[in-house]
Design a protein around this ligand. Structure first.
Ligand code: HEC
Ligand code: HEC
Ligand code: HEC
Ligand code: HEC
Ligand code: HEC
Length: 427
């Protein structure tokens, strides 16, 4: 067995220094007081103050094959960049033992286009509603549970978890760390500390890891999402930490879940499920004013999240506000990369009863029409996209797209150099 590479930061001295000293002993007293008061965490804003004391590190990720069983072992550490990258001991240090702390190792696949097919195991039967299992989740391992063990013979602070892969996994998988320590904020109440999520790609059947295509740059998102007052909309635009400060400032981790097989069906008890695929959801949020109907998503534990009041302090036709340029071409231009999946609008779940986790029977919007209709959502625009001349569809199987039984022809009029090219019409 290959031994994990041990970077220098793990070897730095006195890593067992008590965490109370790192963050200040007086603060520790406040933790205890805060816990005593039983503060509701849901109302406490994320504690960015001490987030610079934490960094997630994927030290190694490796595939092990034994007969027909394939498993992935992830070696990881949480370090403190303000103290020469000394490792935190997630089993004993207060930020990880306080109530509410969460740390998860996620494994999703594959990087051609993330989809997590088969993620609930070999058995693709529907999952009973109420388990909180979305339609296309990654494998998720609680890194604060007994599932995480110290690396045998390794230095303090270095841990590992192992997970078995479903047989459907091929290509390159993506391993991620997300979650948050807890620490009291200025008021003394324990609050979730956002920590930048991280990922690493791991070859499963590819010879080398194949990285996912680059589309947007988080630095462009952060021009707005910086926690500062925005003069144009007269609001503070928060930094990007979502889902209770668990998933933070790394789009490469968002898309492990926000993939073309994912909808809001996990907590929905009525109505029609809504895709949360990033290539539609992010446009629908920011393109709110261009849309006829606002995006409404059923979020965690049934909360209704209505994006109808989003004021975007820019024109959404300015695609470069988020997108990057690669080889002289905007990543928002057509054609889409080969293999981009259609966006699921119907998982064939029975809303409020069971979740269908088999993506093969999902009804989808063909991928280009999915992107364009996330801002151009009028029935007139949809009719144009679904016309036989355009070739798009709103309710087809992925197999129909793969076999070209349904074939989008958008590029012939909206491709580069055409009069109605995506670049020209949004100039
Ligand atoms: C020109 C400014 C601007 C840019 C650039 C921008 N956003 Fe936003 N975004 C906003 C505003 C304003 C809102 C609505 C206020 C809010 O809830 O954050 C918002 C909301 C969101 C939300 C919903 C937040 C929530 O709490 O529900 C997400 C997610 C988001 N943006 C992600 C992104 C990502 C990812 C990028 C880059 C690819 C990006 N944004 C780029 C201005 C911007
Ligand atoms: C581990 C899976 C997972 C990760 C990682 C994840 N999400 Fe989500 N997210 C979901 C699911 C599933 C939903 C749909 C609602 C539901 O069923 O909980 C959702 C819903 C949302 C919503 C709409 C509803 C709401 O709760 O506000 C926004 C906005 C969002 N996610 C943004 C993000 C961003 C930005 C990231 C990355 C920083 C991210 N998510 C990472 C699983 C995830
Ligand atoms: C607020 C940020 C934002 C703006 C503005 C924006 N996009 Fe996007 N776009 C995204 C995000 C986020 C994704 C998905 C990124 C990912 O999956 O990694 C995306 C994905 C896409 C894709 C799919 C690319 C692929 O390879 O899968 C296309 C096409 C696209 N956008 C077109 C546009 C067009 C056209 C415009 C302007 C009219 C535009 N976008 C404006 C954030 C934005
Ligand atoms: C982020 C939102 C967004 C996305 C995604 C988007 N558009 Fe647009 N589009 C706009 C806005 C805003 C305009 C400016 C005119 C307006 O406000 O109606 C526009 C204008 C256009 C126009 C000019 C005609 C008109 O309706 O004004 C065409 C054609 C067009 N878009 C095609 C596309 C195609 C094709 C795609 C998918 C590849 C796409 N758009 C994706 C926001 C978007
Ligand atoms: C035969 C040429 C042709 C094809 C093929 C074609 N379009 Fe268009 N599309 C147009 C023209 C022309 C317009 C109107 C442009 C204008 O108003 O400036 C348009 C407008 C649009 C608009 C803006 C509609 C609105 O009312 O807001 C979208 C979005 C769009 N097309 C998407 C697509 C998509 C997605 C496909 C493929 C599934 C596609 N188109 C295929 C020619 C075409």
């Amino acid at each position: 067995m290959k031994t994990p590479t041990t970077p220098q930061w793990i070897l730095s001295p006195s890593r067992s220094r008590p965490s109370t000293r790192r963050l200040g002993a007086s603060v520790f007293a406040l933790v205890i007081a805060g816990l005593g008061l039983g503060t509701s965490r849901a109302q406490v804003p994320p504690n960015w103050e001490v987030s610079t004391s934490f960094q997630y590190n994927i030290v190694d990720a490796r595939l092990e094959v034994s007969g027909s069983t394939r498993s992935v072992t992830v070696v990881f550490a949480v370090t403190d960049p303000t103290h020469a990258q000394q490792a935190w001991n997630i089993k004993t240090d207060a930020p990880f033992t306080l109530a509410g702390a969460r740390l998860s190792i996620d494994i999703g696949w594959n990087t051609r286009d993330l989809n997590n097919k088969g993620s609930t195991g070999e058995n693709l039967d529907p999952v009973p509603f109420g388990r909180g299992t979305p339609a296309a989740p990654p494998i998720s391992i609680n890194a604060l549970s007994a599932a995480a063990i110290p690396v045998p013979g390794g230095p303090v602070g270095l841990f590992q978890v192992t997970a078995r892969l479903p047989s459907q996994v091929f290509g390159t998988a993506r391993v991620a760390i997300e979650g948050h320590p807890m620490w009291p904020d200025a008021s003394g109440a324990p609050a979730a500390v956002p920590v930048k999520s991280v990922f690493r790609d791991l070859a499963i059947t590819d010879a080398q890891p194949v990285s996912r295509r680059k589309i947007v740059d988080i630095a462009k998102c952060q021009a707005c999402h910086n926690g500062q007052w925005n003069d144009e909309i007269e609001e503070i635009i928060p930094r990007l930490t979502l889902h209770g400060a668990n998933r933070t400032e790394e789009i490469g981790v968002c898309v492990v879940c926000h993939n073309p097989n994912q909808t809001d069906v996990a907590y929905r008890t009525s109505g029609i499920e809504v895709p949360v695929d990033f290539k539609t959801m992010i446009h629908a949020i920011h393109g709110n004013k261009r849309r006829d109907n606002p995006l409404v998503v059923v979020g965690f534990r049934g909360s209704v999240v209505d994006f109808g009041s989003v004021e975007f302090p820019a024109n959404p036709r300015d695609c470069f506000r988020c997108h990057i340029e690669e080889k002289g071409r905007g990543t928002y231009e057509l054609p889409l990369a080969p293999g981009v999946l259609g966006t699921t609008i119907n998982t064939r779940s029975t809303v409020g009863v069971s979740i269908d986790v088999n993506p093969d029977n999902n009804l989808r919007i063909s991928p280009t029409a999915a992107v364009c209709s996330s801002c151009h959502d009028s029935s007139k625009a949809r009719q144009h996209m679904a016309s036989s001349r355009s070739g798009g569809a709103f309710g087809v199987l992925q197999s129909q797209l793969d076999s070209l039984a349904v074939r989008e022809k958008c590029v012939s009029c909206h491709g580069p150099g055409k009069e109605k090219s995506v670049r020209a019409v949004h100039r």
